[in-house]
Design a protein around this ligand. Structure first.
Ligand code: SAM
Length: 289
């Protein structure tokens, strides 16, 4: 449906009293899947935009920030990740970045809603360019159930690229799921999870850190990076490690990586690890109200 150029898509976040808008040219697709409302727009300045249940998910213009930072810091922290599981990630951008690493032998993407991937293949083909990689396996089921049945000590890296902690994604932020992740990871294995805005969602970030430690992860730390289309434009991921620390990463490997990135570098990796005082205080006082 063609709209005139003064039309805007606006995501209103009641809980945080914020809103975000992008000017749109046309709505390209709209459907209700068994799991969520999926809308896709052509914007005037951000390329294509996918919306799930009214929340911005991915845009052509800025998804590189998120997909690079949800993958390369963890992959360059691990000595050589071979078995990788992506929970969610249905737009396939995270999978594409994971498969740039030659050490990866197998990458499962467990996305509950197949329609997200099929629509991403149609409207965001660049994000899906690694879908036919022989190392990739796309599964369409609940990541919580999938992780429960994983053999112990079988994964090197788990990336939780889910929607906000509501609906089918709520359980991905809970102790039972983190316990199954810990069991599935090999010693030294890593988990990284998108954990919302460090400005707007501090309680969630604190709770995630506490719950990951309660589950038995030895080291837990946040990564901060820009993500313009998400609430506040400032985003976080939380990295956790089984029976090893999170001090340092393979700087030489990152500096000599054999593939191009537009945001990730040794410097932006280091910058992402810098925890501002307000967050240090929040995370150091577990019962901060
Ligand atoms: N980059 C986005 C963000 O940070 O909000 C997330 C991208 S991806 C589109 C999020 C995906 O998580 C959605 O496609 C959703 O269907 C999927 N998802 C939510 N809960 C899930 C679950 N329990 N198991 C597997 N996938 C799930």
């Amino acid at each position: 449906m063609a709209l005139n150029e003064t039309e805007w898509f606006t995501e209103i976040q009641d809980k945080t009293g914020t809103a975000f808008s992008l000017r749109i040219r046309e709505r390209l697709h709209s459907e209700k899947s068994p799991y969520q409302q999926i809308d896709i727009y052509e914007t005037t300045d951000f390329g294509r935009l996918m919306i799930l249940d009214g929340c911005t998910m991915v845009s052509d213009r800025d998804n590189f920030l998120y997909h690079e930072m949800m993958t390369h810091p963890a992959l360059f922290t691990h000595p050589a990740a071979r078995q990788v599981a992506i929970i969610g990630g249905g737009d396939c951008g995270t999978l594409r970045e994971v498969l740039r690493h030659d050490s990866v032998e197998q990458a499962w993407q467990i996305e509950i809603d197949e329609r997200v991937t099929r629509l991403s293949e149609q409207y965001f083909p660049a994000l899906c360019e690694a879908n036919d990689d022989p190392r990739a396996e796309l599964l369409f089921e609940d990541g919580i159930a999938w992780m429960k049945q994983r053999p112990e000590n079988s994964l090197d890296l788990i990336i939780i690229d889910s929607t906000d902690p509501v609906g089918p994604a709520e359980g991905l932020f809970g102790l039972p799921f983190y316990l199954s992740c810990l069991a599935a990871l090999k010693p030294g294995g890593l988990l990284i999870q998108q954990t919302e805005s460090p400005l707007l969602h501090q309680e969630l970030i604190r709770d995630v850190h506490q719950t990951l430690r309660e589950a038995g992860f030895q080291a837990v730390r946040p990564l901060l990076f820009p993500q313009p289309i998400y609430p506040s434009g400032w985003w976080s991921a939380t990295m956790a490690r089984k029976s090893a620390d999170l001090n340092g990463f393979r700087e030489m490997g990152a500096a000599s990586k054999g593939f191009a990135t537009r945001y990730y570098s040794v410097d932006t990796h280091k910058a992402a690890l810098a925890i501002p005082p307000f967050l240090q205080q929040l995370l150091a006082t577990p019962d901060a109200s």
